[in-house]
Design a protein around this ligand. Structure first.
Ligand SMILES: Cc1cc2nc3c(=O)[nH]c(=O)nc-3n(C[C@H](O)[C@H](O)[C@H](O)COP(=O)(O)OP(=O)(O)OC[C@H]3O[C@@H](n4cnc5c(N)ncnc54)[C@H](O)[C@@H]3O)c2cc1C
Length: 496
């Protein structure tokens, strides 16, 4: 399929987004192909929630905060806006806040995230063009792809890692014997239309919910001797031969009030199997050249983390607020220890807010002509660390109530209800209010949804250990190390 930039459809609304997912994609769940993801009970509530937020783009209240009119006169999502000024950056922040406030910071890979990766590549379009290929111009491809995504509000997911088979024989082991088993994604052949690729990716969140899948390599997996394994491209999620294998859902629970976050925000995670998939030349952004993948796909701008940092802030605000409301609902908020734990949660949230503001205040104009926020390299690793602490604090503040709440049917039973009203109410709050509030805490700290979210927060930025090593290796401390060397080269003044 050749990229069609001539018939733009503009910002998604609810109906069009849902329709865009009924495209014959090959989604597998529990050994069966899902015919229509929009109606399958494991997926439909999440899709309905995304559709609801997409629809906000067309409301009087949110239109101007979530969309803009492009040069070709199409109303587009601000997620794809190319920021040229500080004002544009502020608009992008507001749009990210809306997406993430609406979803309480629970959609890790929501539609606002990957557009920022496209912006990063767009920023490096000239450098991409410098890598020559007889079939296409990679820089031109990314410019056209950006226009296509922007004017059709493409929901992108991404897949960067190799399958977790034998890491000792994969690029993670720098001392392995260099031999490539054809597990990882690789080019099988080139044709006039494009490249044919086969292999697998571990993993991709929200793949079954997305319109396109962006495929590339993380800093770990880009270290390859065989150029066939080096590619960056994007294909429609219904590409022939692309199999999307979903994990067990964490969203299927009975009862309207059962699991308020899990029901709506299970974004799913999938293995992707590519069985001789055609990637048209105009969707290829890099091929065979590992050095340019590392240096050029995101270098020079810091868009990739921005939307994620804003999501994390909303997640932290949500967790802190639920912890506070629970402490009040069981009359423990004034206990010194509990108040200190709430203070610790607020401390993390406040530090994070200051960090986001700091990135905005250190914005700069890139060589690619875009206004980028400052560098936030350590932030993902920091959150991977203290996210678990926040979950722990919420569990500790909530006590046994985190797991012991009446069900909806318990509450509706007239024989049981007087006992529930008496023994399971809270301080000045009804049993109904308390149990619904506590279910939020359960979904944030104890349910299988909560555990998936916690695993996500730890790993989603890549292996935190590897990231710390890379941070250390790339961090220039010469200003202070030189001064220390000067200081210790001078004799101390005689004090005797
Ligand atoms: C919920 C979830 C959602 C995700 N969503 C996406 C997504 O949408 N798109 C995407 O591209 N990726 C996604 N990821 C993948 C994520 O980026 C990886 O999980 C992460 O990079 C770690 O890789 P891995 O899971 O293969 O672990 P592995 O690399 O297999 O690591 C396993 C263990 O070995 C250790 N280890 C590995 N290599 C070394 C080494 N060289 N030296 C020492 N120790 C080592 C690790 O620290 C870890 O303890 C997601 C992951 C999760 C858990």
């Amino acid at each position: 399929m050749v990229l069609d930039t001539k018939k733009p459809q503009g910002a998604h609304n609810a109906a069009r987004y849902k329709e865009s997912l009924r495209d014959g994609r090959e989604v597998w769940l529990d050994g069966e192909i899902v015919k229509d993801v929009t109606t399958h009970p494991a997926f439909s509530t999440t899709i309905d929630e995304l559709a609801r937020i997409y629809e906000l783009q067309h409301t009087d209240e949110y239109r101007d905060q979530m969309t803009f009119v492009s040069e070709s006169g199409v109303r587009c999502s601000i997620s794809y806006l190319l920021p040229r000024s500080l004002d544009d950056l502020k608009k992008k922040r507001r749009n990210s806040e809306i997406w993430n406030q609406q979803a309480w910071g629970q959609f890790g890979r929501g539609p606002d995230l990957l557009p920022q990766f496209v912006l990063g590549m767009y920023n490096n379009r000239e450098a991409l063009s410098a890598v020559k290929n007889p079939h296409c111009d990679f820089g031109e491809n990314i410019v056209n792809y950006h226009t296509y995504c922007q004017e059709n509000d493409i929901f992108l997911t991404h897949a960067l890692g190799d399958p977790q088979v034998d890491r000792s024989q994969q690029p993670q082991n720098e001392t392995r014997q260099i031999k490539e088993e054809e597990l990882s994604l690789h080019v099988v052949e080139e044709t006039n239309e494009g490249i044919i690729v086969s292999g697998a990716k571990q993993l991709s969140s929200a793949a079954h919910l997305s319109n396109d899948t962006y495929v590339s390599l993380s800093a770990t997996f880009v270290r390859r001797a065989d150029p066939r394994f080096i590619q960056a491209f994007s294909i429609p999620s219904n590409t022939k031969g692309l199999k999307i294998i979903c994990r067990e859902p964490v969203s299927q629970y009975p009862g309207t009030w059962g699991h308020p976050f899990a029901t709506k925000y299970d974004e799913q995670d999938s293995m992707l199997f590519f069985d001789n998939c055609l990637v048209p030349w105009d969707r290829v952004f890099m091929l065979y050249d590992a050095s340019s993948m590392v240096q050029r796909l995101a270098g020079g701008a810091n868009f990739q983390g921005w939307s994620n940092y804003i999501r994390i802030h909303e997640r932290m605000k949500t967790m802190t607020a639920v912890a506070t409301m629970i402490a009040e609902a069981i009359g423990v908020s004034e206990f010194r220890e509990v108040a200190a734990k709430l203070g610790e949660m607020i401390m993390f949230t406040e530090i994070w807010r200051h960090a986001i503001n700091g990135l905005e205040q250190s914005a700069y104009m890139t060589q690619g002509g875009l206004m980028s926020v400052g560098r936030g390299t350590g932030m993902n690793m920091f959150f991977a660390q203290f996210s678990a602490r926040m979950v722990e604090l919420l569990r500790q503040i909530g006590g046994s109530g985190v797991v012991m709440q009446p069900s909806e049917k318990d509450l509706a039973n007239s024989d049981l209800r007087p006992f529930l009203d008496k023994y399971m109410r809270g301080k000045d709050v009804t049993v109904e209010y308390k149990s619904r509030l506590y279910r939020l805490a359960h979904d944030l700290s104890a349910s299988s949804f909560a555990m998936r979210q916690e695993i996500y927060e730890y790993w989603h930025g890549g292996d935190p250990n590897r990231n710390r090593v890379n941070l250390y290796r790339g961090h220039d401390q010469s200003e202070i190390t030189d001064r220390i060397k000067d200081m210790i080269s001078e004799p101390l003044p005689y004090t005797g």
